[in-house]
Ligand binder design. Sequence first.
Ligand SMILES: NC(=O)C1=CN([C@@H]2O[C@H](COP(=O)(O)OP(=O)(O)OC[C@H]3O[C@@H](n4cnc5c(N)ncnc54)[C@H](O)[C@@H]3O)[C@@H](O)[C@H]2O)C=CC1
Ligand SMILES: O=C(O)C(=O)[C@H](O)COP(=O)(O)O
Length: 392
Amino acid sequence: MEARLLTPPLKILADENLPGLQSLFAELGELVTAPGRHLGAADLHGVDVLLVRSVTQVRAELLQGSSVRFVGTATIGTDHVDQAYLAEQGIAFHSAPGCNAEAVVDYTLNCLWQWCQATGRDLAQQRVGILGVGNVGSRLAQRLQALGCELGLCDPPRQRREGGDWQSLAEILRESDIVCLHTPLTREGEDATWHLFDEATLLQLRPGACVLNAGRGAVISAEAMVKVATARPDLSWILDVWEQEPQIDPQLLSHAFIATPHIAGYSLEGKVRGSWMLAQALYAWLGLPFNQPLSSLLPEPAVAAVHLNADADPSLPMRLIYDPFQDDRALRALFTRSPEERALGFDRLRREYPVRREFSSLTLSCATNQLPRLHALGFSQAVSSAVKRVDV
Ligand SMILES: NC(=O)C1=CN([C@@H]2O[C@H](COP(=O)(O)OP(=O)(O)OC[C@H]3O[C@@H](n4cnc5c(N)ncnc54)[C@H](O)[C@@H]3O)[C@@H](O)[C@H]2O)C=CC1
Ligand SMILES: O=C(O)C(=O)[C@H](O)COP(=O)(O)O
């Protein structure tokens, strides 16, 4: 455990895209915000606490010679942080495990539902292979299982730790109608995921399969994906993450059934939970009490309850919460511009992302027998008469 060397007032530098900063951190001292993608060593003058998102590379080049003693990232993924360097320097580090896992699952279910609708499939009849069964993958498995999907789960680190019934990557590729990637990006060790999906791996996908990547772009080689997508038009691609973000290969984009700018985890709840978890960690590290409930940072959703009439399309509540094609259209619209403008546009779409609530924020009642299926998808049940309801 690191020694606690700091007491307020502190100088805190935070990514400008972290919600709830004032309310969570302002009482600890001076709070400065900056765009995370371009943070440099010069920005860290006198800074004690650095709070980032995934777009800031937190490595020796940034931190060498700085006064930073605590680094927090309001994300699940940590591949942008050199944790070994931080440990060596005695700098405390905290991430926000699971903070936006529900949002990624909402995104994934919504996209898969759209793909099934567009290709005349029933999601409940698909065999779904999940690669990486952690916070995201295990929640996804639960919801898909409740829908009736057959599942294949692949997670070698968990398999070694826990034993039990798992599948190999080869089995997942051979047997799945849909393959969902939810692994971290790692470059070393027996479970390294960098370019885990190369050309040879992708060619093992079964005919007509759909690949969804909401983990990290570089888990699939973009070059191999373009090659295989060209040779195998039977395959579908749903891509939220891209090798070399914020630059995206236009050829790859043209092959994607749904293409989004790394926003799978961007529910309001997920983003706010990320900041809140960092506040919890920082206050604990400082030895100070932290009593702010997460709910105090979340406004009431615009629509809290929906009653579906007998003839209503059961996908309506999903579309009401989130339409992935809106994000898809906004991303594709950037591609009439220069590569520099596209990259800036990619970051702008993320920075100015509209409020998206999680499925669980919506309470459903229903005049049809679809209710169990909708609840399995993650919507809340039990309508209280006190809740304002919309009939559709
Ligand atoms: N697109 C987006 O907006 C978001 C993307 N992410 C990404 O999703 C990743 C997963 O998130 P969580 O489930 O919360 O992380 P987690 O750490 O809870 O779970 C990851 C799982 O992957 C497994 N794993 C590691 N190497 C593997 C391999 N070679 N093959 C199969 N499984 C392997 C681990 O054992 C672990 O169970 C994050 O690391 C992050 O990079 C997370 C949130 C939002
Ligand atoms: O939590 C993660 O890991 C993610 O991928 C986040 O959703 C990424 O969000 P940013 O930190 O890039 O805004």
